[in-house]
Write a protein that binds this ligand. Structure first.
Ligand SMILES: *[C@@H]1O[C@H](CO)[C@@H](O)[C@H](O)[C@H]1NC(C)=O
Ligand SMILES: *[C@@H]1O[C@H](CO)[C@@H](O)[C@H](O)[C@H]1NC(C)=O
Length: 393
């Protein structure tokens, strides 16, 4: 845990002191609801990263294209600690208001933890949902001090989002000049598939919507969907898809049969299915919800991959990656191999490998005492070169 006791001791009274003392315990119902809901999302996020970190081995990360598992794990651990801290502080605040936080939710992330590429892509969605949820919650919070407290979490969720964009390899670190807000019911359409029970969330969820496209979704891709509410109740010719981008005043509305991703999109897109052709407003207070059949779903349309992502993740191994491998590749070699390369380059015959060539078997190397240690640094077995980090995997 990255927070200290003194931080918690400070944070809780800070939140509790949001109103004059005589109003303590008499919080607006909407403020309470937003804090309770935000805490459930934080629990979901924290649990997701805990399970992901526990499940995957170093080799799973390198198979997904990361040059080192430490690059993503360092970030996932840091993000997980933030989410756990957010939950702890939100719960402390709720208790100081005389409220009981929502606990006991059971989460199931099996569908997202099949492999590292899917997990990293899901983490990216989860953080984007976090940003949209806090933005949407801002409309509902009446107390300006509580609004600022929630805003101080929102900015950190946005930093998580940026890091996950970078770790996705094909993403743009900061893809757009604006984010978009979602209502709690819309957020639940995205989160509820991971919540299997154990808690009572007093907010109706929109019907979850899934994209059924396989492979990369890009401009020109025709989107296809599944949802329990797409069952023929609304005739197909009345169904429309709605794509909302940050910064636009309303969604792009298209008949379902022509639901093709337009050019000029980069980054997260929220997608609904509606029973009419009226665009949805980019305004959570006034957005019409009566014609929503399902959604939103959230997709990343990555049209501007950046060098930073390719550096962090490599290219080609990520789910949905469209990047071309243009950078030189590197391969990790063992100290014994390194000596051979040096020796052959200098014209001297390399020494025949023997069992004592194993790293660490060499007395002068100061290396670990077996051949499988990770990140060996020291003299090569013949002492000719210094090796800076070799992994035996
Ligand atoms: C079919 O979809 C409608 C909404 O469009 C919903 O009210 C109804 O419950 C759904 N029926 C089934 C069997 O899922
Ligand atoms: C090899 O050494 C490392 C570091 O001392 C240790 O963590 C690892 O368990 C050892 N492996 C075997 C197979 O003995």
């Amino acid at each position: 845990m990255r927070y200290s006791l003194s931080f918690l001791a400070l944070a809780a009274p800070l939140l509790a002191s949001a109103a004059p003392a005589q109003f303590l315990g008499k919080r607006a119902a909407s403020d309470i609801l937003v804090f309770k809901f935000a805490d459930v999302l934080e629990q979901l996020e924290s649990s997701f990263y805990q399970q992901a970190i526990a499940k995957f081995q170093d080799a799973d990360f390198t198979a997904a294209g990361f040059p080192s598992s430490q690059i993503p794990i360092e970030q996932f651990k840091s993000i997980q600690a933030d989410e756990a801290t957010h939950s702890t502080v939100l719960q402390a605040a709720l208790k100081s208001f005389g409220e009981t936080p929502i606990t006991g939710c059971q989460f199931n992330f099996d569908s997202a933890l099949t492999d590292v590429a899917t997990m990293a892509a899901t983490a990216r969605v989860v953080e984007s949902v976090g940003v949209s949820a806090y933005l949407g919650g801002a409309t509902l919070i009446t107390d300006p001090v509580l609004l600022t407290s929630a805003g101080s979490i929102l900015t950190v969720e946005a930093r998580h989002q940026t890091i996950l964009n970078v770790l996705s390899s094909s993403g743009t670190a900061i893809p757009a000049a604006f984010d978009f807000a979602l209502t709690p019911s819309e957020v639940l359409a995205l989160a509820s598939p991971f919540i299997t029970g154990g808690c009572d969330i007093p907010i109706p969820a929109n019907t979850p919507l899934s994209l059924t496209n396989t492979g990369t979704v890009a401009p020109g891709t025709k989107l296809t969907f599944s949802a329990t509410s797409l069952n023929g109740t609304v005739p197909d010719d009345q169904l429309h898809c709605q794509m909302l981008l940050g910064g636009s005043s309303m969604s792009i509305a298209l008949p379902m049969s022509e639901c093709v991703v337009p050019e000029g999109i980069n980054g997260p897109v929220a997608i609904w299915v509606t029973s009419d052709n009226q665009p949805l407003l980019n305004n959570v207070r006034d957005r019409a919800t009566t014609k929503v059949v399902a959604g939103p779903a959230l997709a990343f349309i990555d049209t501007q991959p950046q060098m930073l992502g390719q550096l962090a993740r490599g290219s080609g191994s990520g789910s949905g990656s469209q990047s071309q491998a243009t950078s030189p590749t590197t391969r990790t070699i063992s100290p014994a191999e390194a000596s051979s390369v040096i020796a052959s380059a200098s014209g001297a015959a390399p020494a025949a490998p023997t069992s004592t060539d194993a790293p660490g078997a060499s007395a002068q190397s100061g290396a670990p005492s077996n051949g499988t240690a990770n990140l060996f640094t020291g003299k090569s077995p013949d002492g000719k070169i210094t090796v800076n980090g070799w992994t035996g995997l």
